[in-house]
Design a protein around this ligand. Structure first.
Ligand code: PAF
Length: 281
């Protein structure tokens, strides 16, 4: 596995691969890799002949400086994990390679970014859209993979690729859960043992809503009530949002109609850790 540190080397390497007729899959990350990331790397094998991962903790997507400062980082451990899943290239640039002196262009996102994570973390998706656009231009992949765990991010990246005409495909990878149901996240390590127990109510609540839907309920208030019953019964799970949305535009809905995909999105704080989860209906 080759480690690339500079813009120029990344552009050159991508060009060499393309000239050789390779199909490049790209998996952007902020490091601190867990089984969810590794499942993306595995999934990428079926979509490519060469795989490029990036590790870059993007300062522009943190709206609280201390979150950025405390973001866990262990490059050697991440490299070893990437080697194990046979990634070909890892792009691990320094800050000045992605945002050289004088950088001032940002990618603004519209309505899709205006709610949920966008309300709670102003500027977050503009930071994501900006770094993803830079990375796409440097890596020039044929396909890029994003986990459905950050469902709003996936929809924003899909919109970005369409709107800005990036000549590539976005592949969604299913959310990965631990055996107890907790959605995998780099932040889970910050949960206490008791906190982790409380956090399990989040996925249970989502499954309760899905069960209600499977039994034929289409009235969203009634469906969500099945989840709220579990969430409200647990102290120490502070729910930020728990909503049914149309996948297409992430608009909250009152009723599930027709065949188009819908999803329940949620974010909650446990032990002061912000946890995201969602489930497709
Ligand atoms: O999902 C992430 O880890 C980040 O938002 C991404 C896509 C790597 C951009 O920094």
């Amino acid at each position: 596995m080759r480690v690339i540190r500079t813009r120029q080397e990344m552009v050159n390497s991508s060009e060499v691969l393309r000239q050789a007729g390779e199909k490049i899959a790209f998996i952007p990350t902020m490091g601190s890799l867990h089984a969810g990331h590794l499942s993306l790397m595995e999934l990428a094998k079926g979509h490519s002949t060469k795989r490029v991962a990036s590790i870059f903790v993007n300062p522009k997507q943190f709206n609280v400086q201390s979150d950025f400062d405390n973001y866990p980082s262990d490059e050697e451990r991440d490299f070893a994990l990437l080697r194990d899943v046979e990634v070909d290239l890892v792009f691990a640039p320094g800050r000045e390679e992605i945002y050289p002196a004088g950088h001032e262009t940002e990618v603004a996102v519209g309505e899709l970014a205006a709610r949920f994570e966008g309300t709670d973390r102003p500027g977050h998706f503009q930071g994501v859209a900006t770094v993803v656009s830079i990375l796409f231009n440097l890596v020039r992949p044929h396909v890029a993979l994003f986990g459905e765990k950050d469902f709003q991010q996936v929809r924003i990246v899909e919109r970005l690729v369409t709107d800005l005409g990036f000549p590539m495909e976005i592949v969604r990878a299913p959310l990965v859960r631990d055996s107890d149901g907790l959605a995998l996240s780099s932040r889970n390590v910050r949960l206490s043992k008791e906190g982790r127990g409380r956090a399990l109510q989040i996925s249970k609540a989502l499954y309760a809503v899905k069960e209600c839907f499977s039994q034929g309920e289409r009235d969203v208030e009634k469906m969500l009530a099945a989840g709220w019953a579990l969430l409200n019964a647990t102290d120490g799970v502070d729910v930020e949002y728990f909503e049914a949305v149309r996948e297409r535009d992430l608009n909250p809905v009152k009723e599930i109609v027709g065949d188009e995909p819908y999803r329940i999105l949620t974010a909650a704080y446990v032990d002061g850790v912000r946890l995201l989860d969602n489930i497709g209906l």
